[in-house]
Design a binder for this molecule. Structure first.
Ligand code: ASN
Ligand code: ZN
Length: 327
């Protein structure tokens, strides 16, 4: 017929891809194809000068030092969780170089984030071995970097305990993801691999059963509560762990464990995504947020991200209720 140039009769619709279903919640951010971590591991050689001597840069071959290997691999595993699962390229979302120093000090019984980098002691060899031995501890320290670049939770009282708790969550999730453990089969322990046989205990902390990680003549008993009824009120000063930031973190830790195990499957997927969104969505939580307000913010995150899956919100409500926090 006139006016018909092509092969298609006028009534034949052109093929169209079916319309994409409405995406609930925020867009899933992705890291660019081929993005990779950038890591630098240094050796303090038993001194306390940072960062020390560069012993392994990105792509360099492994050295014979197991602490260097553990740090390098732990930085990589943490980068992978943030990038591949949550679409964030490093701590700052912009490919920040991950820096770690091992062999810090003599018999140094700790690991920490100093505002720029991770630092790991070798432990005293009596109660603690090297702090890189626990992947969850490496990822915990990186978690402090992530907090610094996101919500900036202050390190005192309830926001401080939330800061500690989200770092334990990240620590445990990195380990669970590397081991391929589901929420139900994970051990939810922090620092299990860095205690010596001499310690009467299994770890530094237990997210599944706060307060049960150790009970030792030299170290005392695990002081963590698992419920608001047992919240430990301490002065907000450095002598008292800034108001018990490593103590009361047991409460939100237990809430996350309840949430993830109720959902089942890999904890870093839906449960972890809700925590990540709460931490990293601009303006979602204030720096000085308390437990109850944080809990309400996790609900906002869950409703936004999983609008089509009411079981996520249900599990979350049950989890906060389980630790005595009304949402
Ligand atoms: N290892 C401890 C932590 O990362 C060090 C500290 O108390 N800041 O929480
Ligand atoms: Zn910490």
């Amino acid at each position: 017929p006139p006016g018909q140039g092509g092969f298609l009769p006028p009534t034949m619709p052109l093929h169209r891809e079916p319309a994409a279903p409405e995406q609930a919640g925020p867009p899933r951010t992705v890291v660019p194809e081929g993005a990779a971590p950038r890591r630098s591991v240094y050796d303090a050689d038993g001194a306390t000068t940072l960062p020390g001597r560069l012993v392994r840069g990105e792509g360099d071959p492994a050295t014979e030092d197991v602490a260097v290997t553990e740090a390098y691999d732990g930085l990589g595993a943490t980068w992978e969780l943030l990038a591949r699962s949550y679409g964030r390229d490093s701590l700052d979302g912009n490919g920040l170089v991950l820096v770690a120093t091992v062999h810090y000090g003599q018999d140094y019984d700790n690991a920490f984030w100093d505002g720029r980098q991770m630092v790991f002691g070798d432990g005293d060899g009596v109660y603690f071995t090297r702090f890189t031995a626990s992947l969850d501890v490496i990822a915990h320290e990186l978690g402090h970097g992530l907090v610094q670049y996101t919500s900036g939770l202050t390190y005192v009282g309830q926001p401080g305990a939330l800061n500690e708790s989200v770092c334990d969550v990240i620590g445990s999730l990195v380990r669970q993801r590397v081991l391929g453990h589901d929420a139900g089969s994970a051990d939810w322990l922090i620092g299990a691999d860095l205690l010596t046989d001499r310690v009467q205990g299994v770890a530094l902390r237990s997210m599944a059963a706060p307060g049960t990680a150790y009970d030792d003549p030299a170290l005392g008993a695990d002081p963590q509560p698992a419920h608001m009824d047992d919240y430990v009120d301490l002065p907000h000063d450095a002598d008292n762990d800034n108001g018990g930031v490593h103590i009361n973190s047991g409460i939100p830790n237990k809430a996350f464990h309840l949430f993830a195990t109720e959902l089942g499957g890999p904890a870093w997927e839906r449960a972890g995504q809700v925590w990540f969104d709460t931490l990293a969505t601009r303006g979602r939580i204030a720096r000085d947020v308390d437990f109850a307000t944080f809990a309400a913010a996790t609900l906002v995150s869950a409703r936004e991200r999983y609008a089509d899956a009411p079981e996520v919100v249900e599990a979350l409500l049950g989890a906060w209720d389980g630790v005595g926090i009304a949402v």
